[in-house]
Design a protein around this ligand. Structure first.
Ligand code: ADP
Length: 625
C-alpha cells in the first residue's frame, strides 16, 4: 500500500469513526445539533463506503450512481451551514440560499450528460468552496466572542471547514488539469484527513479533550478563588465567581442567585439592579429546591412560565447547580448559553464543582464578615465604656463644684438673709457652669463630627484677623501668644468653627505648657492654601502618640489625668472641622518635654497686603484690591 493510499484510508476511517461516535452521543442526547452532526458525518461515511465497495469489487461507478455520490458530496456544505445555525445565530437568508444551491446542484448533476461541462464543475466547486468558507468565517467570528472551551471548539470547526473547502478546490483544479493528479491526490487526502480531525475535535470532542480545554480557565478560577473572600464587597465576589464560572464553561454568561431568608427569595444581580425570584421559580430555583444540578437544552420549553425572562437573558440552554455548604443552602449557580450544543453531559459535573467552590468562598466571606461584626461590636462597646467613664469623670468635676458652691450660697442666704450673696461664690458658680457647658457642647460636637455636619454656613473670612482676635482673647498673665502673620488670608470658612479650632489649639498649648511659656502662632499663604501652626514649649508628645492624637478619647501617654483635665475629644473635633473644610491637620514634636507644634492646612482664596482697603466680605479679593 502506498503512502497516498494509507493517508486516504486513515482519513476515511476517521470519518467513519467520528460518524459512529456522534451517532452514539446523539442517542444519549438527541439535540438538533447532534442530529445535524450525525447527518454530516453519515453523508461522508456513506461516500467513503461507496468508494470502498468500488475498490473491493473493481466495478466502476455508473452514471446515476456517480450523480448520487456527487449529490451527497454537495450536501456537505449545506449540512455545515445548518450546524452554523445550531451553534451561532447566522443571518436567516444564508441557510435558505445554501438549500437552494444544493437543490440546483443535485438537479444539474442528474440532468447534464457526462462528462459534465467545465462551467458546471466550476459552479459546483464555487458553491462548495463558497459555503465552506462562509462556515469557517462564521465559526471564527463566533469563536472570537466565545471563551474557553467553546472558543477552542469553534476554532477547530472553522479550521475543519477551511481544509474541506481547500480539498474540494484542489479536487476541482485537478479535474481541470489531469496531469498533476498524483501529487494533488496526496494533498487532497491530507486536507480531508485534517478537516475530519478538526471537525471531530470541534463537533464531538472526547471527554478528556474537553477537560483539557477547560483546564486553563478552571485553574485560573481556582487560583483566584483563594483571594476572593477578602474582596471589599460581596457584590464584587459574586461578580468574580460568575465570571470564573462562565469562562470555565466557555459561555458568555453565568449568574449567581443568593438565598435571602428574610425575603424568602433567591436574589440575582442584573444590570437594572437586583431580581428576586421565589425559591421554586426558574430552573435555578428547581436546582436550589431539589439540591441537584440540572441541565436544560431549552429553558423556554422546560419552564414556559418564565419564557420571557430566558429570552431576554439570551438563555436557551441552562446548567444550574445548588451552592450549598455543609447543608447550609446559600444559593444557586446558573450558567447559560444561547445555543444548546455549547454544553456537554459532563459539564454538569463541572458546574457542580464550581458551585461547591463558590459555596466555600461565600461561606468564608460570611465568617469574615461575622468576625468583623463581632470586633466592631466589641470596639463600640469599648468606646461607649470609654466615653461614659471619660464623660462622667469630666462632667463630675465642675458639677461637684457647682453643687457645693450653690449649697454654700444657699446656706449663707438662709443664715444671713439680709446679706448680699458672696460675689466670689457666684463667680465660681458661673465659671464652673461655663466649663460644664463647654464639656456638654464638646460631646454634642463629637456627634456632629460623626454625622459630617459640623461645618455649616461658610463665608469669606480673613484668618489673620480671626487669629488675632483669638490670641488677644487668650492672652493672660500666665501665657503669652505671639502672632506671626502679615496681610490678609481670606478663605471660605465657617467662622464659628474656625474660631473654635484656633481656640482649642491655643487652649491645649497653654494647658500642656508650664506657666510663662510662649505660644507662637504662625499664619501664611502657601499656594492655594492657608497654613497655620501653633507651637508651644510644653510637655511635648511621645512619638508613639503622634499617629493617634486625633482619635476619639485619645490622651497622650505622658498626660496625667489628675493634672491635666480633658476627655481627649478636642483634637478629634478639630480634625472634623479642618477636614470638613477640605483641609488637613497633624501634630509634630521632637519628643517628651520638647514642646509641640500643630499644623493646619486649609484651602484659601487669596491674600491682600495690610495696606489694602478693607474688603467687604463676599467680594472677590482681586476685584476689591
Ligand atoms: P484633651 O486635651 O482633652 O486630652 P485633645 O483632643 O485636645 O484632648 O488632645 C488629645 C491629646 O493630645 C492630649 O491628651 C495630649 O496628650 C495631646 N496634646 C494635645 N495638645 C497638646 C500639646 N499642645 N502639647 C502636648 N500634648 C498635646
Amino acid at each position: 500500500m502506498s503512502a497516498y493510499q494509507l493517508l486516504q484510508l486513515i482519513s476515511q476511517l476517521l470519518f467513519v469513526l467520528v460518524a459512529v461516535g456522534v451517532a452514539l452521543q446523539t442517542i444519549r442526547r438527541p439535540l438538533k445539533a447532534n442530529v445535524d452532526t450525525v447527518i454530516l458525518f453519515a453523508v461522508v461515511a456513506l461516500l467513503v463506503a461507496i468508494g470502498w465497495v468500488h475498490q473491493v469489487t473493481g466495478v466502476k461507478a455508473g452514471r446515476w450512481e456517480g450523480a448520487v455520490s456527487s449529490s451527497l458530496l454537495m450536501a456537505i456544505p449545506y449540512m455545515l451551514v445548518r450546524l452554523v445555525d445550531d451553534f451561532t445565530s447566522p443571518r436567516r437568508a444564508i441557510p435558505r440560499t445554501a438549500a437552494v444551491g444544493l437543490a440546483a446542484s443535485i438537479v444539474s448533476l442528474f440532468v447534464f450528460p457526462l462528462p459534465y461541462p467545465g462551467i458546471l464543475v466550476l459552479l459546483l466547486v464555487l458553491y462548495f468552496v463558497g459555503f465552506t468558507t462562509y462556515v469557517a468565517v462564521a465559526f471564527t467570528k463566533a469563536a472570537r466572542v466565545a471563551s474557553g472551551v467553546t472558543r477552542r471548539r469553534m476554532n477547530a470547526v472553522a479550521a475543519g471547514s477551511l481544509f474541506l473547502g481547500a480539498a474540494i478546490l484542489l479536487a476541482g483544479i485537478s479535474a481541470a488539469t489531469p496531469g498533476l493528479a498524483k501529487t494533488e491526490g496526496i494533498i487532497i487526502s491530507l486536507f480531508a484527513l485534517l478537516s475530519g480531525l478538526f471537525f471531530f475535535l470541534g463537533f464531538a470532542p472526547p471527554v478528556w479533550l474537553r477537560r483539557a480545554w477547560q483546564e486553563p480557565e478552571v485553574r485560573g478560577f481556582l487560583a483566584r478563588a483563594a483571594s476572593l473572600p477578602r474582596m471589599p464587597d460581596l457584590e464584587g465576589i459574586v461578580q468574580e465567581l460568575e465570571r470564573g464560572a462562565a469562562s470555565s464553561l466557555g459561555v458568555a454568561q453565568a449568574s449567581i442567585g443568593l438565598w435571602n431568608a428574610e425575603l424568602g427569595a433567591i436574589r440575582y444581580r442584573s444590570n437594572q439592579g437586583s431580581l428576586d425570584f421565589g425559591a421554586d421559580q426558574m430552573l435555578g430555583g428547581r436546582a436550589f429546591i431539589s439540591q441537584q444540578p440540572i441541565f436544560s437544552d431549552n429553558a423556554e420549553r422546560d419552564d414556559p412560565e418564565h419564557a420571557e425572562a430566558y429570552r431576554r437573558a439570551g438563555a436557551r440552554a441552562i446548567l444550574a447547580a445548588p451552592i450549598t455548604s455543609e447543608g447550609n443552602r446559600l444559593g444557586v449557580l446558573v450558567v447559560y448559553a444561547a445555543h444548546a450544543p455549547i454544553f456537554a453531559d459532563d459539564d454538569l459535573a463541572l458546574v457542580s464543582l464550581l458551585a461547591n467552590q463558590a459555596a466555600v468562598i461565600l461561606e468564608s466571606r460570611t465568617l469574615i464578615d461575622e468576625a468583623a461584626r463581632v470586633k466592631a461590636l466589641e470596639e463600640t462597646a469599648r468606646l461607649k465604656d470609654d466615653f461614659l467613664s471619660a464623660a462622667a469623670h469630666d462632667l463630675k468635676t465642675p458639677l461637684t463644684t457647682i453643687v457645693a458652691q450653690a449649697q454654700l450660697l444657699e446656706r449663707r442666704a438662709k443664715r444671713h438673709p439680709m446679706e448680699p450673696a458672696s460675689l466670689d461664690g457666684i463667680e465660681s458658680l458661673v465659671k464652673e457652669s461655663q466649663r460644664l457647658k463647654r464639656l456638654v457642647l464638646e460631646l454634642l460636637d463629637v456627634a456632629r463630627v460623626e454625622q459630617g455636619r459640623l461645618v455649616n454656613y461658610r463665608e469669606p473670612l480673613d484668618l489673620v484677623e480671626l487669629a488675632r482676635e483669638v490670641c488677644g482673647r487668650h492672652s493672660t498673665a500666665l501665657h503669652q501668644y505671639s502672632l506671626d502673620a502679615s496681610g490678609r488670608l481670606v478663605g471660605n470658612y465657617d467662622g464659628t468653627r474656625i474660631t473654635q479650632l484656633i481656640d482649642n489649639l491655643l487652649e491645649n498649648a497653654a494647658k500642656y505648657s508650664p506657666a510663662g511659656g510662649l505660644v507662637r502662632v504662625r499664619l501664611w499663604q502657601d499656594g492655594a492654601s492657608a497654613r497655620l501652626t501653633v507651637t508651644d514649649s510644653g510637655i511635648g508628645i511621645p512619638p508613639d502618640d503622634l499617629a493617634h492624637l486625633f482619635d476619639r478619647f485619645h490622651r497622650g501617654s505622658n498626660v496625667d489625668d489628675r493634672r491635666f483635665a480633658g476627655m481627649g475629644l478636642g483634637l478629634f473635633i478639630c480634625r472634623g472641622i479642618v477636614e470638613q473644610h477640605g483641609g488637613s491637620i497633624w501634630g509634630s514634636s521632637a519628643g517628651v518635654g520638647q514642646g509641640s507644634t500643630f499644623h493646619v492646612v486649609l484651602p484659601a482664596m487669596g491674600s491682600l497686603s495690610l495696606a489694602a482697603r478693607p474688603v467687604p466680605f463676599g467680594l472677590d479679593v482681586e476685584q476689591a484690591g
